[in-house]
Design a protein around this ligand. Structure first.
Ligand SMILES: [Zn+2]
Length: 501
């Protein structure tokens, strides 16, 4: 009898929901400088806190850094994703400041984890063998579909990965007794609303949502989308990344790698909502050859999945465009639409720069693109045939003029570095080797010339003075560099302080 119980109980290698909570709490206490543990919502039936862990330097601040999200356990029985998230959290935090690559990621990105998105359903899978409502093949949460006041395996639960508000009625089942039940309305569940709100609050570039397959193919990286022959607008970029992720994950057998496939159908799934509505390149990875692997394989599975997960942290700075969009007059950051022509679907919500910093970030492949920046009330800006090269993000800031305004909208590759910025003392201006400047000038926000540097060198120091050598007021200034072919602009913020005159 004791032996039988042992067989029926899931191996203690697998985290219970309490163990997930305790371990996240303990990590947050051990690494307060690089982690923030957040309750992003409460589960629908048991009101268990839904925990999100952010790993980044200055974790309490929403910094101007690219963000990546990892989610485990939409589906209760697919418990391997929890283990991969917890494993990765432990690897990242414990190697901060000793591993230079990991340190760089934590310093320069905001890395979010929701390891256990479905704690209610998970408790059904992990319940002790004598529990009446135990089911190790349970998929849903525990929502009380028939309003009986208690949880019943036959009637209850919503499929969280069919509950997102993107072509919601096209997927799953409308039968509440089905394990694919889509819920009474889109975002009816606390769990999916928590992911929605977390996504709205953070400008995620990438997301991985971990699943494992009882039906269908195993060891696959799914990406959005191939829907009745219509591809997602960013398909070539998303697919190339999926290919790379899949080639980095070795199969359970030790032979060969995961495969990458476009997801068929739009149907209320997380990956399609995250991408279709929010523009987040989202990968659904069906890990392992079954939902619950022998415990002895779990560490190995986690280790084999890390290179795939880590790739997104690398890729976010490898090829594409990024920078800020500002109002040309006030210097305020703008949330403006960034359109990559030929990779654009006007039926999807616009991809915008974030309102807090004006930051835009679009993942591309090397090539030539026509880009348009658009905002109501402002003159549109077009970049024709912009060359995007590999190995780095092409960075430029954009000034948008209100319609009828006078200041031109210069564009430009960021070939001038300014530091410190903001500055309360001298500003060091360093010019890229590749740019032979014919002029370097500073303007104030009303477009008035403040300072002209004659014959600018590679390094120029601006002492915060105008042409008459008078200290200028604190505030926003624009540094404009011109060469024969190009112009580049850079925002400088002067703070009150002692300038060395
Ligand atoms: Zn699943």
């Amino acid at each position: 009898m004791i032996l039988l119980l042992f067989i029926l109980t899931l191996d203690p290698r697998y985290h219970t929901r309490d163990e997930v909570a305790h371990e996240l709490d303990s990590i947050a206490r051990s690494y307060p400088d690089i982690t923030m543990l957040d309750t992003i919502g409460y589960s629908s039936f048991d009101s268990i806190p839904l925990l999100g862990l952010k790993i980044s330097d200055n974790p309490a601040a929403d910094e101007d850094e690219p963000a990546v999200l990892y989610i485990g356990c939409h589906h209760a029985e697919e418990i391997l994703g929890i283990e991969i998230c917890m494993y990765m959290i432990s690897e990242l935090t414990s190697n901060y400041s000793t591993d230079s690559t990991i340190t760089g990621w934590i310093d320069d990105r905001e890395i979010w984890f929701v390891p256990l998105m479905n704690p209610d359903g998970h408790s059904v899978v992990m319940a002790p063998p004598e529990t009446l409502w135990r089911d190790t093949t349970w998929r849903d949460n525990k929502s009380d579909n028939n309003n009986s006041g208690f949880f019943e395996l036959e009637y209850d639960g919503v499929d969280l990965n069919r509950n997102y508000d993107f072509y919601w009625t096209e997927g799953g089942s409308t039968d509440p007794t089905s394990e694919f039940y889509i819920g009474p309305h889109s975002f009816s569940e606390n769990e999916t609303r928590a992911i929605r709100d977390l996504t709205y609050a953070n400008n995620f570039t990438f997301c991985i949502t971990y699943h494992s397959a009882r039906y269908g193919l195993t060891e696959v990286v799914y990406f959005p989308w191939d829907w009745e022959g219509g591809f997602s607008p960013d398909f070539p970029f998303i697919r190339t990344i999926a290919d790379t992720i899949s080639k980095r994950i070795i199969r359970d057998s030790g032979i060969g790698y995961y495969s990458a496939l476009p997801g068929q159908g739009l149907d209320g799934r997380a990956r399609n909502w995250l991408y279709g509505v929010c523009g987040v390149f989202t990968y659904c990875i069906e890990v392992g050859t079954t939902t619950i692997l022998p415990a002895s394989m779990v560490d190995d599975l986690c280790q084999r999945n890390l290179p795939g997960a880590y790739y997104l942290l690398e890729r976010v700075s490898e090829c594409g465009i990024t920078g800020h969009i500002y109002d040309s007059l006030t210097g305020e950051p703008l949330s403006a639409e960034v359109i990559i022509h030929n990779y654009y679907d006007p039926n999807l919500p616009p991809r915008k720069s974030d309102p807090q910093y004006g930051r835009f970030l679009r993942i591309l492949k090397p090539g030539t693109y026509d880009i348009e920046i658009r905002k109501h009330g402002y003159a549109s800006i077009y970049y024709d045939d912009m060359q995007i090269t590999d190995g780095r993000m092409t960075e430029f800031d954009i000034l948008m003029s209100r319609t009828g305004g006078e200041m031109p909208a210069p564009i430009l590759q960021k070939k001038i570095n300014v530091r410190p910025n903001p500055s309360s003392h001298n500003v060091l201006i360093e010019i890229d080797d590749g740019m032979a400047l014919s002029s370097l000038t500073v303007y104030d926000v009303s477009g008035r010339l403040v300072k002209n540097f004659e014959n600018p060198d590679r390094r120029v120091i601006w002492q915060g003075v105008d042409e008459q050598n008078r200290a200028v007021a604190e505030g926003i200034y624009w540094l404009l560099g011109r060469s024969e072919e190009e112009r580049t602009i850079q925002k400088i913020v002067l703070l009150k302080g002692s300038f060395n005159q």
